[in-house]
Design a protein around this ligand. Structure first.
Ligand SMILES: Nc1ncnc2c1ncn2[C@@H]1O[C@H](COP(=O)(O)OP(=O)(O)OP(=O)(O)O)[C@@H](O)[C@H]1O
Ligand SMILES: [Mg+2]
Length: 245
């Protein structure tokens, strides 16, 4: 089992979009063995994945009750044609309040995932450094840090590295941090920003996901990417690249 957490404490850097299409691409590689976990109260990933629900699927529960230990993972997932989904909940902000009384919350998801049959798990997180993000970090084998062509999106790399350090200081296991350049076009300023990212010391940089308005249009319309399109091929290549890490 491999858990991929999509993490950047900066908002609007393509976390949910990458999570959705990486999930679909991983599900093409490992049909029926892939799970999406949405720990962002905005529920962007949930509302995309729910559009692909299978006929007659059991409604499932949500991530809040699994994180608090009130429900099992198996009884909470929704089956869809692009992967299973553990959906977000409007109660997610309460996790912050409950955490001091229930510190096991940090590792409960990881323990449930380890007992599951899933081969690949994709976790979407909010664009803030909070308990939801730390739970994703504490559950991950690979932390995918998306950056878009903006100076600000890479500034938070240091705080994510620190969060990993803090979550794993007493552990043997430590997740790998990889950078995913996202929504990069062919314009000169995008190319020079990509060169800058590729020279970040000590960071593994994945192949960039192209800027393409169809990614935005089709994701917002809850449609799959066109199988003949460049972004579709880019997400298949990403699924292969992260599977080989
Ligand atoms: N490859 C791409 N090409 C074009 N547009 C993209 C691409 N990837 C993401 N976008 C667009 O960028 C915007 C931000 O994406 P997204 O909602 O995935 O970011 P996020 O990091 O999840 O945001 P938040 O922090 O609010 O959760 C969206 O409008 C999305 O459609
Ligand atoms: Mg999002």
């Amino acid at each position: 089992m491999r858990v991929y957490a999509i993490v950047n404490s900066k908002g609007g850097v393509a976390k949910s979009t990458n999570a959705a299409h990486l999930l679909a691409a991983l599900n093409r590689r490992y049909p029926g063995e892939v799970l999406a976990v949405d720990i962002d109260e905005q529920a962007t990933l949930s509302s995309y994945v729910e559009a692909f629900v299978e006929d007659g699927a059991v409604p499932g529960g949500d991530v809040f009750r699994v994180l608090t230990g009130e429900a099992t993972l198996e009884s909470s997932v929704l089956k869809t044609s692009i992967g299973d989904l553990l959906r977000a909940s409007p109660l997610i902000p309460e996790l912050q309040l409950r955490f001091p009384r229930d510190p096991k919350m940090l590792t409960r998801l990881r323990r449930s995932l380890e007992k599951s049959h899933y081969r690949a798990v994709v976790i979407d997180t909010p664009g803030r450094l909070n308990i939801e993000m730390l739970i994703a970090v504490a559950s991950a084998d690979v932390i995918i840090f998306p950056v878009i062509p903006s100076d600000y999106s890479v500034e938070t790399l240091g705080s994510v590295r620190e969060a990993i350090q803090r979550c794993y200081e007493d552990e043997d296991r430590k997740p790998r941090l990889v950078v995913l350049p996202s929504a990069f076009g062919t314009r000169q300023n995008h190319r020079s920003m990509l060169d800058e990212i590729q020279s970040i010391p000590g960071a593994k940089i994945l192949t960039a996901i192209p800027l393409d308005e169809n990614v935005k249009i089709r994701t917002e319309a809850r449609l799959p990417l066109d199988p003949k399109s460049k972004p579709h091929a880019a997400f298949d290549a990403l699924a292969a690249e992260v599977s080989a890490l």
